[in-house]
Ligand binder design. Structure first.
Ligand code: GH3
Ligand code: MG
Ligand code: MG
Ligand code: MG
Length: 311
């Protein structure tokens, strides 16, 4: 009759003001392989919950000090109880009590005298459901993270760039603070691929992305892969002087990687061109125009000879 290994580690919090009920519940669930904690009223239950984070709460309704309904309300308001099922175990059978229990966040309801075979299944299933829910949430969070990351370079992708740039644009507009945007494009990268092959080209992009990440570390800054061999950097709360400093550092960092590029027309190594723009977004200014301005600066860096930055 033992529960399986997973459940045997689960902790059940029994909340009841009657010592005899706590005792028979403890004996039964102990035989089922659960760990047990006890509380004799709602106040004590909250305290024990915060301390031990049980996997399920078996909650009596009528108790002195704080009853089960109030206790359940308070439990539901705790962040740490998000996935913890509360099972009401009570002598109250009227519709009003049942409705109230569910309204305050109980996930299920069983009445006294306890039907042990039913209780056994309820406890088992509620714990399983809550574990499954937590696993799904973890998978979901990982999926959300993956959806914003570029597979090749492991930095933010274009989608994340758009999202963050929009967000920071609005924030800088509200706060009347300068926002800087840097666009970078690897020089003669088509020639690089043609010379060394696409796989080495990929590795080159990975190295450049890593170098950019290493130098742009201020909280709030974002480095993203904007396109094939193009990178974008968002610098909130950063004026033109700050952006100049970062743009210079980007050119320097790529040069310092000293990745050979024998067919580049500007250097024996891979270089990057950088364009940037800074503005305090105004109520009537256009976000697309800011990207276009950075793009124009980048184009000027290209036509002026590459391996440089232009504002
Ligand atoms: P410019 O100096 O004017 O920027 O010249 P360029 O050759 O870098 O510019 P162009 O836009 O003509 O070529 C970009 C090249 O980047 C073409 C494409 O094959 C390469 N590229 C884009 N994405 C990737 C990628 O994920 N991996 C590799 N290896 N190459 C890529
Ligand atoms: Mg009671
Ligand atoms: Mg390009
Ligand atoms: Mg290029």
């Amino acid at each position: 009759m033992k529960a399986d290994a997973l459940e045997s580690q689960s902790l059940v919090l029994i909340v009841d003001d009657e010592p005899f009920i706590r005792l028979i519940l403890r004996q039964f669930l102990d035989r089922e392989g659960y760990q047990i904690a006890e509380a004799k009223n709602g106040i004590e239950a909250i305290k024990v919950f915060k301390e031990l984070h049980p996997d399920i709460v078996l909650l009596d309704a009528l108790m002195p000090e704080m009853d089960g309904f109030e206790c359940c309300t308070q439990l539901r308001s705790l962040d740490s109880s998000k996935y913890t099922p509360v099972l009401m175990v009570t002598g109250l059978e009227d519709q009003k009590s049942v409705d109230r229990a569910f309204a305050v966040g109980a996930i299920d309801y069983v009445t006294k005298p306890i039907h042990w075979a039913v209780l056994r299944q309820r406890v088992k299933r509620l714990i399983e459901q809550s574990q499954l829910q937590q696993e799904l949430e973890a998978v979901n969070m990982e999926l959300q993270r993956l959806a914003t990351i570029d597979g090749l370079t492991q930095i933010a992708n274009r989608r994340r760039f758009e999202e963050y740039f929009n967000q920071e644009w609005q924030r800088m507009k509200r706060d009347k603070c300068p926002l800087s945007l840097i666009l970078c494009d690897v020089d003669f990268f088509k020639l690089y691929n043609d010379t060394y092959g696409h796989r080495i080209g990929d590795r080159c992009l990975q190295e450049i992305a890593k170098a950019l990440k290493d130098i742009i570390k201020r909280p709030g800054d974002l480095v993203a892969r904007y396109g094939g061999e193009e990178f974008a950097v968002i610098l909130p709360n950063t004026n033109a002087e700050g952006a100049t400093y970062v743009a210079e550092k980007i050119c320097h960092a790529v040069r310092t990687l000293a990745i050979p590029h024998k067919n580049s027309q500007v250097s024996p190594h891979v270089t990057i061109s950088v364009g940037f723009t800074t503005e305090i977004p105004q109520p009537d200014s256009d976000i697309e125009e800011m990207i276009a301005a950075a793009d124009r600066a980048l184009y000027q860096a290209k036509t002026a000879g590459r391996d440089r930055f232009v504002q």
